[in-house]
Write a protein that binds this ligand. Sequence first.
Ligand code: ADP
Ligand code: MG
Length: 817
Amino acid sequence: MSINIEPLQKILQLEHKKGYVDSAVIGGLDKFLHNWAGKAQDAVRSPQLQDRFLELHLINSDYASLSVEQRQKWAKKVLSFLTELESIGQKRGEAKPTQVTKRIPRAAKKPKTIPTESIDSPITVIRGISSGLATRFNKLGVSTIRDLLYFFPNRHLDYSQLKSISEISQGEEETIIANVWQAGATRLGGRWGTEAIVGDETGNLRVVWFNNPYLARKLKVNQKLVISGRVSLFGGRHVFESPEWEYLEDKELVHTGRMVPLYPLTQGLRPRQVRKLLKEVIDHYARQLEDYLPQRVKSDCKLLGLPEALSQAHYPDDAEVKDKARVRLAFDELFLLQLGVLSKKRDWQEGQPGTPLNTKTPVLGAFLKSLPFELTSAQKRVLGEILADLEKAKPMSRLLQGEVGSGKTVVAVAALLVAASSGHQGAFMAPTEILAEQHFSHIGDLLSQVGHKEAGEDFLYSYSGFLPRPLSVALLIGDISQARKQELQQSILNGKIDIVIGTHALIQKEVGFYRLGLAVVDEQHRFGVAQRAALRQKGFNPHVLVMTATPIPRTLALTLYGDLDLSVIDELPPGRQVVRTKWLRPKQREAAYAFLHRQVASGRQAFIVCPFVEESEAIQAKAVTTEYKRLSGEVFPDLKLGLLHGRMAAVEKDEVMRRFRAGKLNILVSTPVVEVGIDVPNAAVMLVESADRFGLSQLHQFRGRVGRGKEQSYCMLMAEDPSEVGRQRLDIIENTQDGFILAEKDMEMRGPGEFFGLRQSGLPDLRMAKLSDVAILDLARGQAIKLFEEDPNLEMPEHELLAKELARVWQEGGEWS
Ligand code: ADP
Ligand code: MG
């Protein structure tokens, strides 16, 4: 039965307004009370509360005979009693008997003082954060108050539904409010812990906390606790084991009775401590954040305000508003990303004029005719797009996407020849030295079809037949001798070298160009925006072609690489075969080794990739070395094995690769360094260890190392004990050859941040945005373009805050300074 509190509240408020003349209710207050108080008293179960009805003269009241002053005093007391009744009633689900699921009401927020510290102050200005605590937060990337506001929980536990003890069920996450009957330290499974017996009007329950005997002292008999946790069964009875708990006080709940956030932690940070702290910080500072989104954008997109979104992202009222909060925050990330990228593109293209190149050169035709194959129609189309850009004074800024083996390099070489024949230099950057060297030799092979290789030495080829003078192509990598390097740098600087191939070394400060006309960057996802920018500054605003084998769904590509135009080679050269892919169970290991033996016997070569993910390069190197020894000693003692890992010196690596490419090694045992671009057509078999621990795109990249020749190729994926997600991935990769589909699935499973290694890329962080957010992505992109067209420099007064935020976010990404 419920107490209907509202009518009496209304009457008393009206009395107050009218000056306590007993005119609020027809027939007078006493008559009303006579009726109301009896029922209400019956509805209250606790004897203490029932007594209060008498104390307050609610039963047998005599309002009519009181003075105005007495009436006023009395009314005040009654009103506060009503509030008390109301909150107890609601906690028990009595005030609103029709409510199906019960919620604990949020206590009214206390009026707060406006904080004076800037939110960019270090967290140590917050009361209760010592420098020791701050150091622990620093480990999690949190150093300012703003960082804390954006320090989002990994997930939430839903403890918002209140149950009575008789209603809870085993195995569920439940929340109860109960009275402590007794509490004490006790032995639990051989160690000291705390045990309490708690109860509500429907029953009693045992609660235990393992390894925490000190808690016993905090739990006071007769105090009310909110307890949230999973219900277990012990001796046939329900029990809470180490649940979250807190006192039921006037304050808002933090650990129980609501959606409770679970934060990432580090050593020395306790969940309760972090939760409590964040609650305070959010309540105190979130309001201080200015909402930089223009009102129009907010209302067009129906977005929450920023302070609200932040506080709901941490301590949501319910799942629905939590999702709205995430939408707002994800929108911001993608919107700011897009705006930044758009303005980079404009700066790049409208800054200095670029260099128009002569694409009508006969060199191009001669080169294409000399190739042992005809370009695919996709290659032709893309080359056309590139040439059209190169002719313009506006510098090209283009992303070329194409599957592994789709023939991007040939297209790039054609463009580099155009630059060289126009009297400009070309640069070609690869993510690793091995790949730079491989490109050097691959490009050498392509050029030698038409040009005559004249002088050949390790780091410099020159070809006659292309240009009136010899065309020189150099390899500039980190491990050539200092003297030779300086010589090469000198030749690059005075224009003697036409095309230079290398790694990051190319954009190091000491490398200057004579007339850099085109820069090609291979395998984009390893090369950040920062590197691209640095490269641009090397020359006379060169054309830039970025190539990637990572297929990126179009919308995402446009957002992440919105500063680039997009070309796609969506076709493989004819005759490419499907790599037969099989997921192997541990018991098939011997069969896999036997298969490798047979393949090598018939002249093929093989990779064994030993990926030990999430571990340091040093640990990986050690593990792969052990595996290499085992394989050479025990499994393939009759074969020649090579070892490749990231800790080897560059010369050693190159030596191993050279021997493998030359067919002198049968099997290459390697860490994931073989992932990108290595091209050995005779390698037809790959065995990937711990395959379940890799993302789909990476597995696809591995697989792309085989199937590059004429022979049927195989990819064997070994997984010892895959998780559910691991199994899903193996299933997908076994049955899917299309890199785009794989990439899309991969991003659904991992989110774009992880997928692209955004952290290294220099773009602002994506914490809330996910790939499955295609709708938000589209929305953010649309809004950014609209705004950029309206006010490209964000000069309008209503965009002032946004301009500030944009600068802050992009500066934090560490770019463009
Ligand atoms: P990727 O796009 O992975 O960089 P590459 O440019 O390395 O691919 O090309 C892979 C292989 O295919 C190379 O050996 C290259 O010479 C060859 N190739 C490129 N284009 C064609 C084509 N149109 N027809 C046949 N083979 C081609
Ligand atoms: Mg390539």
